[in-house]
Design a protein around this ligand. Structure first.
Ligand code: 13P
Length: 257
């Protein structure tokens, strides 16, 4: 059974109480969804402990970042063991907002990918080209570089536990532009090619999710790409009144495929 991953990054949104209400409702929605749809949510750190108890175990819980060291003089940082202690399943690494505002770079992200795998948490590695890269027609090169550095010295057996989120920087957030589906499919095919180059046959099984202004109008078109294995959604998933219809459309899409 091939799973598709559908999840949301809450960024810096929702109090603990708002998160609890969201999870209760999402648990209800998830109960009668196709088992091939693997849901996940990525709340802020402050909600993780409470939401671990609130969320059905069928839905994965993720953190938005972490340090690579287990402890040390790193004020303001959270370590892999701290997340593991809470029971976090997945760690988002290298979101473009972290790269842009907090100077995250591919070399440090490589340490974080190793650290997450070392603690048996799923790294959700975010990559994406900037608008300048796209305008210079070097999107594919930019994605190759990010993948090759971030996944350096990851073995094929470890790589099967990695998730990739392709999020073109120019498509993310309120100021973003929706990416055309054929462009997204082309970039996913390229990412697949690099993953196979790096990890052989295992590279075929690594899930590649798409994110950036995903909404009800474009979600299914993105999922039609043969190398699109899920969606990573911000704004359109923060309110379940918007997210539930998208999940219903995906459910229908799965039934037909
Ligand atoms: P939007 O869906 O709001 O563009 O955000 C996507 C995102 O950043 C997911 O990590």
């Amino acid at each position: 059974m091939k799973k598709i991953f559908i999840g949301t990054n809450w960024k810096m949104h929702k109090t603990i109480k708002e998160g609890q209400e969201y999870c209760r409702e999402l648990n209800r929605i998830a109960r009668d969804k196709d088992e091939r749809m693997q849901l996940f949510i990525i709340p802020p750190y402050t909600s993780l402990t409470t939401l671990r108890d609130e969320l059905d175990s069928s839905i994965l819980l993720g953190a938005q970042n972490m340090h690579w060291e287990d402890e040390g003089p790193f004020t303001g940082e959270i370590s892999p063991s701290m997340l593991k202690e809470i029971g976090v399943d997945l760690v988002e690494l290298g979101h473009s907002e972290r790269r842009q505002y907090y100077n995250e770079n591919d070399i440090d992200l490589n340490k974080k990918v190793h650290a997450a795998l070392g603690k048996e948490m799923i790294p959700l590695l975010c990559i994406g080209e900037k608008l300048e890269d796209k305008e210079m027609s070097i999107s594919e090169e930019s994605l190759s570089i990010q993948l090759k550095i971030c996944l350096k010295n990851i073995s094929s057996s470890q790589a099967k536990n990695v998730l990739i989120a392709y999020e073109p920087v120019w498509a993310i957030g309120a100021g973003g532009t929706e990416a055309p589906a054929d462009y997204v499919h082309k970039m996913h095919d390229h990412i697949r090619k690099v993953l196979v180059e790096l990890f052989g046959d295992i590279g075929q099984d690594i899930k590649i999710l798409f994110g950036g202004s995903v909404n009800r109008g474009n979600a299914i078109d993105y999922l039609k790409g043969s190398n699109v294995n899920g969606l990573f959604i911000g704004r359109s998933a923060w309110d379940l009144e918007k997210f539930e219809p998208i999940l219903n459309d995906i459910e229908q899409f799965l039934q037909l495929n």
